[in-house]
Design a protein around this ligand. Structure first.
Ligand code: COI
Length: 332
């Protein structure tokens, strides 16, 4: 068996090399992303592993079919940039890594919220200027707040556990109820109730598709004054202009954003020597009440190792057994 792994970052290489040695399976490491051009490198390999944020072009899958390659294993969880129809047409199976570390994302969300509640961004900016005054950056305590968790999958549940440790009141919403969260009586009936009753709304749901936002000017109008939004899920869940305006005009207190609707091509890129053209993002970065990070919630040693190795394990199961526990149902 010979595998090829695309879009590999420097920090992933050692885990892939270790896996290759331990399993005695050749894995060619390619730093380029998977495109209609680069897929040609896969000729002669049995399976393709990849991760990228850019959309996967349909032509990639036609070429895979021509080469007799019928499995694509992703190193990440999100499948929102994959054209399912092109996979089905070419008889290609898809796997992801659904649970590389729910705790990584949950811990990030809580850390971001704590930093916002104690106004770290403005305080650090002031201290950098040798301004050591306290006001106006008086903090708020998490144990006094109601945290609304939207999405009670693995990440949402990991976040709930941490928030409970801080003594926050938790309410939760999900279309599908988790028995443990149900038993604790945390569910409210609908998303509107969650938005209305929360001091902090933290999003742990997948993308709802282009144009389908959870946080926008209509829903913000329903939210409590001084509420906070935390998003480490997907950028397109929020209308960023509406969120920014609500924070700038004092309706909302602030936000923690690890994802952004126009992040592709910007996040994890050094643009320090280039003219910055995204004016909205520039305003977000300047705001002392918005903590903005470049999609790093997942970026821990544990998660990166799991992404590199679980994707390869799934590929081996697919090639040996014709299926794996992480295979995505393309008809859903
Ligand atoms: C995903 O796994 O889909 C993520 O959002 C993390 C990604 C940046 C590796």
């Amino acid at each position: 068996m010979k595998l090829i792994d695309f879009g590999v970052r420097e920090d992933e290489k050692k885990y892939i090399q270790e896996w290759s040695k331990t399993n005695n399976i050749e894995v060619k490491i390619v730093t380029d992303l998977l495109t209609p051009e680069t897929v040609k490198m896969a000729q002669g390999y049995d399976g393709i592993v990849a991760y990228q944020q850019l959309p996967y072009d349909e032509k990639i899958f036609d070429t895979m079919n021509d080469f007799g390659i019928h499995v694509l294993s992703l190193r990440n969880v999100g499948v929102d940039n994959i054209p399912f129809e092109a996979l089905k047409r070419n008889n290609i199976r898809l796997t992801n890594v659904p649970s590389y570390s729910p705790e990584a994302i949950a811990e990030y969300s809580v850390a971001g919220l704590m930093a916002l509640l104690r106004n770290f961004k403005h305080m650090i900016r002031k201290v950098d200027q040798h301004d050591f005054r306290w006001a106006p950056d008086i903090g708020r305590e998490l144990n006094q707040l109601t945290v609304g968790v939207a999405g009670t999958g693995r990440i949402g549940r990991a976040a709930i556990k941490i928030y409970q440790g801080f003594g926050a009141k938790i309410i939760a919403y999900d279309k599908f109820h988790n028995p443990e969260i149900e038993k604790q009586g945390l569910y409210v009936d609908d998303l509107d109730t969650l938005l209305k009753e929360s001091d902090v709304v933290t999003l742990h749901i997948p993308s709802l598709g282009k144009g389908h936002t959870v946080i926008n000017k209509d829903t913000i109008a329903e939210m409590k004054d001084d509420a906070i939004v935390v998003n480490s899920a997907r950028g397109d869940l929020i209308n960023t202009t509406d969120l920014y305006d609500a924070i700038a005009n004092g309706k909302l207190y602030g936000a923690v954003l690890d994802v952004y609707e126009n992040e592709v091509g910007v996040f994890n890129t050094d643009l320090s020597d280039e003219e910055f053209t995204d004016k909205l993002l520039e305003r977000v970065i300047k705001s002392n009440r918005i903590i903005l990070t470049p999609h790093i919630a997942f970026y821990t040693t544990k998660a990166v190792k799991n992404m590199a190795t679980v994707s390869l394990n799934s590929m081996v199961s697919e090639l040996k057994d014709g299926s794996s526990e992480n295979e995505i149902n393309l008809d859903k």
